[in-house]
Structures are given as structure tokens and as C-alpha cells.
Design a protein around this ligand. Structure first.
Ligand code: AKG
Ligand code: FE2
Length: 326
């Protein structure tokens, strides 16, 4: 069966029950795919025989950046740096976890497009973040071609602020500015999640949605769908650590943008300029196989006349086709 809805990830498609038969999934892949389709998340063992050694090296390397004495069981682990973004740029083990080929192949088969990692986050302790979906930070056109993979770098205690999520919430409407009656383009926010908190809370209440926590074992990983509500529970014991790595993935041939600062309906998109972590190559925004040029990032040299004419041609074609930024 050929997928007539190629603009939706396979595991998020209403045609998934029919399409799954034709994917040649192994039993394990089928379990993961069904869990993502039904619940919006799936747990699996991270497929890397060197994972323990990598975790040890990462903790050793990143600890010194956190300003906390991790060797002292009595020290408060929550007072230092709690979030290290894009450590893959200087730590080869973080990069290897993000670029794991088995995970890349798995995600590509589950989504129906080639996956690539574009951001890493390492956390020595829990985030204690309220429920949110990552799609307000990272979205794509077509939508939902984004996911997070969370890896436990130690056994997680219930007192260490475990990851939580709302099963099934990935099926709720994708949160956008238009949905909450807000203009986003050019706006400034302390946290891109702030404007959507009341809407997420109301959705949880109205649906009587109960959060589940993930008391992960070291080496277990969890994939979450772009629109799954998740967050970090309250940490009740500040002496504990909760080392983890989150890698965010996009998929090939999409437009990549930040919805919190976009107004999609009038073509004002806050586009992203991405580099894939696995091959360090740029992943330009792409629409049905054609590169789409957005506005140049601020503080870069003005582009040459030749490039300007070329990008204008591509942009005009994109606008004529009804896409992208006015
Ligand atoms: O680890 C957590 O508590 C949540 C992290 C998270 O929400 C993210 O990285 O997108
Ligand atoms: Fe998140």
C-alpha cells in the first residue's frame, strides 16, 4: 500500500493501522510504533554497547561546568547549572548518543522520512518544568516531523524529579498562537512556553488526563512525539542527581521553524537554520524537495546581488505556491 498521506509521520497518521502491515517491522519496532501511535511515547533500551562508558565520560566532562560538588552526598545538586545545551559541539560521547545509527534508522522507519539530530540537552538534575509540548519550540511543515529522545544516564528515583507525560495528549490540537489568540512574530518571551500554560492546563483538566512518571533505569530511553505533553516532576530530594540527555530530531524535507514566534496563517515564520549533529552538514528548509530560503540571520554579511536574485526567484516561487514568509 502506498501512503497517500505522506505529509504525516507514519506513527501519527490516521492510516497507521492500515499502513503498519506493509512496513516490514520487527516485533520490537511494531511495539514501539504502536506505543507512539496510541500513547505518544515509547520506551526502549538504548542500543549502544558502550553506553555505560560514554555516560561515565560525559558525567566526568560536564560535571565541572555545573558548579556543584557531585562527590559530596550532602551537597544540594540543584543550585548549579541545570541544563547544558549542545554539548555535542565539544563532547564526542554526547554527539555519539545523538547520532546513534540504530536510533536514526528506527526513527526514520517510524516517521517515513530520514531523521537527523539537531539539538542536545544534558541535565545533571531534573528540570521541574511544567507540562508542555516541544512543538511550540520546534515545529515543521508538514507538522509533527519532530521528536525528542530522552535517555536516562542513571536510575531515576521518585524523589529526583522524574520525567512525566500525559499519554494520548499528542492527539490534542497542536498548540499555536492562532489557537490561543496571540500574535507571535517579532514577540519576545522569557520562556517560549509561557503563553500556552493556561491552555495546556485546561486541556488536561477537561480530559481528566493523569500524568504518568517514568522511573527509568540507566540506559533506558523514551521517544516523545512532537505534541506530547511532558515535563519534569518536582524534585523532593535536592541531594539527588538525575543525569539525562535529550536529543531533539527533525526529519528531512521539511520547513523547520519556531511556532512561539510565528504567525503561520499570514506566512510569518521564525525559520530555523539547522545543522545536523550526525554529519555536521546544514539542513536547509525544504518544501517538497526544493530549498526554501528564509530571511538571512541577523548580523551576517549582506548577500551578494547574484545570490539575492537567485533567492528572490526561489522565494517568489514559494510565495506563488502559497508558502512562506511575506
Ligand atoms: O527532562 C525533563 O524533565 C524534560 C526535558 C524536556 O522537556 C525537553 O528537553 O524537551
Ligand atoms: Fe520538552
Amino acid at each position: 500500500m502506498i501512503n497517500p498521506l505522506s505529509g504525516m509521520p507514519l506513527i501519527e497518521s490516521p492510516l497507521f493501522p492500515a499502513l503498519k502491515e506493509f512496513q516490514g517491522f520487527t516485533a520490537e519496532e511494531e511495539r514501539i510504533a504502536a506505543s507512539l501511535y496510541e500513547k505518544g511515547y515509547a520506551v526502549f533500551d538504548f542500543p549502544d554497547v558502550d553506553i555505560d562508558a560514554r555516560i561515565d565520560r560525559i558525567k566526568g566532562n560536564l560535571s565541572s561546568r555545573c558548579g556543584v560538588n557531585f562527590d559530596d552526598p550532602q551537597s544540594d545538586k540543584t543550585i548549579g547549572e541545570r541544563r547544558i545545551q549542545d554539548a555535542w559541539t565539544f563532547d564526542e560521547d554526547v554527539r555519539a548518543i545523538a547520532s546513534n545509527e540504530v536510533v536514526l534508522d528506527l526513527l526514520s522507519r517510524l516517521y517515513g522520512r530520514r531523521a537527523f539530530p539537531f539539538q542536545t540537552l544534558n541535565f545533571p538534575v531534573g528540570t521541574q518544568q511544567e507540562a508542555h509540548s516541544d512543538s511550540v519550540h520546534f515545529s515543521s511543515l508538514p507538522e509533527r516531523f519532530m521528536c525528542g529522545v530522552w535517555l536516562a544516564m542513571e536510575d531515576v528515583s521518585p524523589d529526583a524529579g522524574p520525567l512525566f507525560y500525559h499519554p494520548g495528549s499528542h492527539r490534542w490540537p497542536i498548540m499555536t498562537n492562532l489557537l490561543i489568540g496571540r500574535r507571535g512574530y517579532g514577540s519576545e518571551l522569557d520562556s517560549a512556553q509561557d503563553p500556552y500554560g493556561p491552555a495546556w492546563r485546561s486541556l488536561c483538566e477537561a480530559n481528566h488526563s493523569q500524568a504518568e512518571t517514568f522511573l527509568a533505569k540507566k540506559g533506558q530511553a523514551l521517544i516523545w512525539c512532537a505534541n506530547l505533553l511532558h515535563g519534569g516532576s518536582c524534585q523532593t530530594d535536592t541531594h539527588l542527581t538525575r543525569w539525562s540527555q535529550v536529543t531533539h530530531y527533525y526529519f528531512e524535507d521539511c520547513i523547520y521553524y519556531t511556532p512561539a514566534f510565528s504567525d503561520e496563517a499570514i506566512g510569518r515564520l521564525h525559520l530555523r537554520n539547522l545543522v545536523a549533529i550526525n554529519d555536521k552538514q546544514p539542513r536547509p528548509n525544504s518544501h517538497l524537495g526544493e530549498i526554501v530560503l528564509g530571511p538571512p540571520p541577523e548580523s551576517v554579511r549582506p548577500i551578494s546581488l547574484k545570490r539575492r536574485i537567485k533567492s528572490k526567484r526561489i522565494l517568489t516561487a514559494a510565495l506563488r505556491a502559497g508558502h512562506l514568509p511575506g
